[in-house]
Design a protein around this ligand. Structure first.
Ligand code: NAP
Ligand code: HSE
Length: 320
């Protein structure tokens, strides 16, 4: 048995679920030959009562980070997590993260760590529905053509509730209560969270340097009940669609509310679920669908990444 000290940044919707799942999968971790010890859990308010395994060190002091052999980042934000991770990453140690905003916006700095196999980020896109795994491995054999995806659970939840007659504000408040939304939720409804995820995906199939600024972004904040009713009458539904396709020698990338036939594969993903239609020349059309937001489903991908690291698999390596 070797002992691996793990540090966790954040203990909110995702972080607390990760802690619980690590505890529940202790048997599998021990089968790999690892005694996993949680060295510390970083939060803003260490005095708040939390549902964490007894004895967990919950603290606002990040000094435990440099003791760790693996760090799991589930705090969100862009510069704050990167400032904390920078010295640790520079020492060549691995990070598991669900933070698509940081990945999308600080790629200049993070790309080399990803190329080195030190970043694991399956949960950053479509939460527990694995798309980064296949896109960073087997799908590379096929020439990428295009993808369209519903990658934001909050927006999908809001649009689905609006179809049922609920007000936009009520549906958003409920998505926040359920732990789906970003902080602030304008990242979701403004289309930015989808754009962050599209940038992450594009680096596996289009260009390893793909920039967030190359995506045209519109959110659902201007979608009205009238738009939804008009679509329904035409046998269509309104979805926030992220799309990427070849465009001459470059790429066309966008996030926008889009009317789709009600039987389109992107429409079969209800409420907070996500879906992606992926096309490659040799692999043909593939459809991925599943849970896209929420603590437990996101933790399933993050703990999967932890297991990959403990087994010895590298992180998710983008195009060179
Ligand atoms: P959350 O519920 O707001 O939790 C954030 C956690 O980070 C809290 O425990 C908070 O501490 C801590 N934190 C925030 N800022 C901090 C700071 N400056 N110093 C120390 N601790 C800090 O957020 P979440 O929903 O779990 O999301 C976390 C990450 O996962 C984000 O990157 C998000 O995009 C990503 N993600 C979320 C989901 C989802 O469905 N929620 C799915 C996939 C990916 P306190 O508890 O003391 O406030
Ligand atoms: N706020 C995000 C969403 C969380 O609603 O999809 C999952 O990445």
């Amino acid at each position: 048995m070797r002992t691996v000290a793990v540090g966790l940044l954040g203990c909110g919707t995702v972080g607390a679920s990760v802690l619980r799942l690590l505890e529940a999968r202790r048997d599998i971790i021990e089968d790999i030959g690892v005694n996993l010890e949680v060295a510390g859990v970083l939060v803003r308010d260490p005095h708040r009562e939390r549902d964490v395994p007894q004895g967990t060190r919950v603290t606002s002091d990040p000094s435990f980070l440099m003791e760790c052999g693996l760090v799991i980042e589930a705090m969100g934000g862009v510069d704050r997590p990167l400032d904390l991770l920078r010295p640790y990453l520079r020492s060549g140690r691995p990070v598991v993260t669900a933070n698509k905003a940081m990945l999308a916006e600080r790629w200049d700095e993070l790309r080399q760590y990803a190329l080195d196999g030190d970043l694991y980020y399956e949960a950053s896109v479509m939460a527990g529905t694995p798309v980064i795994g296949p896109m960073s491995t087997v799908l590379r054999a096929s020439r990428f053509e295009s993808l369209e995806a519903v990658v934001n659970g909050t927006c999908n939840y809001i649009l689905t509730r609006m179809e049922g007659g609920d007000a936009y504000e009520d549906a958003l408040a409920e998505a926040q209560r359920l732990g789906y939304a970003e902080d602030p939720p304008t990242l979701d409804v403004g289309g930015w969270d989808s754009a962050h995820k599209l940038a992450v995906l594009a680096r596996f199939c289009a260009d390893g340097d793909f920039a967030l600024s190359d995506i045209s972004v519109r959110g659902i904040d201007t979608v009205t009940p009238h738009d939804i009713e008009e679509a329904r009458r035409a046998g269509e539904r309104v979805k926030l669609v992220a799309s990427l396709r070849r465009d001459g020698d470059g790429w066309a990338a966008s996030v926008a509310p889009t009317r789709l036939p009600a039987d389109h594969p992107l429409c079969t993903a209800g409420a907070s679920r996500n879906a992606m239609v992926y096309r490659g020349e040799e692999c043909g059309e593939l459809i991925f669908a599943g849970g896209g937001a929420g603590g437990t489903i996101t933790a399933s991908a993050m703990v999967g990444d932890v297991l990959d690291n403990l087994i010895g698999f590298p992180g998710h390596v983008p195009l060179h």
